[in-house]
Design a protein around this ligand. Sequence first.
Ligand code: FAD
Length: 490
Amino acid sequence: MPRVPSGPMPRVPSGPMPRVPSGPMPRVPSGPMPRAPQTGPMRAASTRPGPVRTATPWARAEVVLGVIAAGAVAVLGLWWADTPRVSGLGDALTEAGRICGLLAGYGVVVLVALMARLPPLERGVGSDRLARWHAAGGRYVVSLVVAHALLIIWGYAVTAHSGLVSETGTLLKSYPDVLMATVALFLFVGIGVISARAARSRMRYETWYYLHFYTYLAIALAFSHQFADGAQFIASLPARFVWSSMYAVVAALVIWYRIVTPLVTMRRHRFHVIGVRAESADVISIYIGGRWLEELRAQPGQFFRWRFLDRGLWWQSHPYSLSALPSDNMLRITVRQRGDHSSALAALRPGTKVIAEGPFGALVPARTRRRVLLLAGGVGITPLRAIFAALPSGRVTLIYRASDPNDIVLSDELDAIAADRGGQVHYVTGTREELGADPLSPNYLLAMVPDLRRHEVYLCGPPGMTATAIESLQAAGLPRARIHHESFEF
Ligand SMILES: Cc1cc2nc3c(=O)[nH]c(=O)nc-3n(C[C@H](O)[C@H](O)[C@H](O)COP(=O)(O)OP(=O)(O)OC[C@H]3O[C@@H](n4cnc5c(N)ncnc54)[C@H](O)[C@@H]3O)c2cc1C
C-alpha cells in the first residue's frame, strides 16, 4: 500500500519573505471572518463554519448549449425561408457561402456573449468552461468567415462565368461595405492565428488579451455588409430588426457587465487593501476590505477578477480565488508569485483601491449528503481552503498535493479547520520517486480514502495534475458527474 506521509506538517519556511509593507499592519476588522491569530502581524481568516450557500442551479451547461444550438437552427430556418430553390453549381456555392456567413454572423454574437461575464453563465457553467467554449467556437467562426468569403466569390464567379480574381475585384468595388467586411475578415483570421496555442504560448498574456479586443472592431466593420448585401436581410425588415436586436442586446450586456457593473460595485463596496501577509517564500495572502460585501453573495470556491489601482498594476485585472470565507467587510485571496502581476502584489500598500469583478466560478459546494473529498495541487488549495471551512462537519477529507513541502501553505488554518470540524487532512509531499508511487493513482487515492466511490470531489490544481486526477478518480469508480474542478488557466 502506498505510504501516505503522516505526522506533523512541514512548517512554512521562515526564510526570506516577499516584501510586505513595513509598519504596523492595520487591524483586521472584527466580524465572523478573522479569527485564529497567527504568527505575524496579520490575522488569519476564520476556520469557523460559515454560512454555506450551496450551489444554485443557475444556467446548466447542457441548457446553454441547447439554446446556442436552437439559435443556430433558427438561423438556418431564416436561410431556408428565404431560399425558394437552388439550381446549378453557382447557386449551390453561393447559398453554401450565405449559410456560412449567416452562421458566422450568429457565431460571433455567441462568442461575445460567452465572454460578457453574465452572472448566470459565469456561476452556472463556470468561467474556465466558458473560455474553452469561446476558444473552440472561435475556431469554427473563423473557419466559417473564411469559407463564406471563398464560397461567395466562387459561386458568383461560376454564375457570372468570370475568373476568381476578377470576381473578387468586382465584389470589392461594386458591392456596398464589402471592403470593410474584407478588413474584418483579415482581423478575424489574425486574431485566430494569435490565439492558436503555439502562438499564444510565445506571447505575454496581456498582449494577447488586448489584441483580442480587435474582435470588436472586426464585428463592427463586418456588420453593415450583412444588411447591404445579405439576401436574407435586403428585403426583410423583420429579419433586419431581429438580427440587429441580437447584436444590440449582446453589446448592451458587454457594456453593462464588463464596464458599468465593476465601476458601480467599486463605488458601492469601496474595496481597498487592508494588508498583505506572507504565507511562504513565494505565496502571500491579501486582505481586502469593503462594506456591505454580503450583497455580493460570494460563495466559497469562487473567484474575482482583481484590478489593484496602483502604479503599474491598474491596467490589468487578474483572477484570484477567495481563500477564506467572505465576511461582510473583508475578503481574502492567496497568491503564488508567478509573473509580473502576481509578484508585484507583495508590495501593495494598505489603502490601495481595488476594482473587484465577480464573484465568478462554478466550483461551489453542491447541496449533497455525500462525503466530500477536496483534492488540491499547489496553489489550487485557495478555493478548496474556503470550501473546506464551509462544509458540514465530519464529512470532509482534504488531500493537499505538493512535490516540495515548502509549497504547502495555509497548513495551520487547514489543521485548525480539521480539528474544529472532525475533518481529515492528508498532506502528500515529495516527488513520485521519493514517494515510490504516483500519489494520484487510483490505488494511492483509495489508500487515503477507502470509500472514495461514495464521495463528491472538488479538485483544483495545475492542468496536468487535474487531468491525471480526473482519470484516476474515474478509474477508482467515481462517476464523472461527481467530479467538480476548476482550472487556473483560461
Ligand atoms: C479562475 C482562476 C482562479 C485563480 N485563482 C488563483 C489563486 O487563488 N491564487 C493564485 O496564485 N493564482 C490563481 N490563478 C492564477 C493567476 O490568475 C495567474 O497565476 C496570474 O494571473 C498570473 O499573472 P502574472 O502576470 O503574475 O503571470 P504571467 O507570467 O503574466 O502569466 C502566467 C500565466 O497566467 C495566466 N494569466 C496571466 N494573466 C492572466 C489574466 N489576466 N487572466 C487570466 N489568466 C492569466 C496565463 O495562463 C499566463 O500564461 C487563478 C486563475 C484562474 C483562471
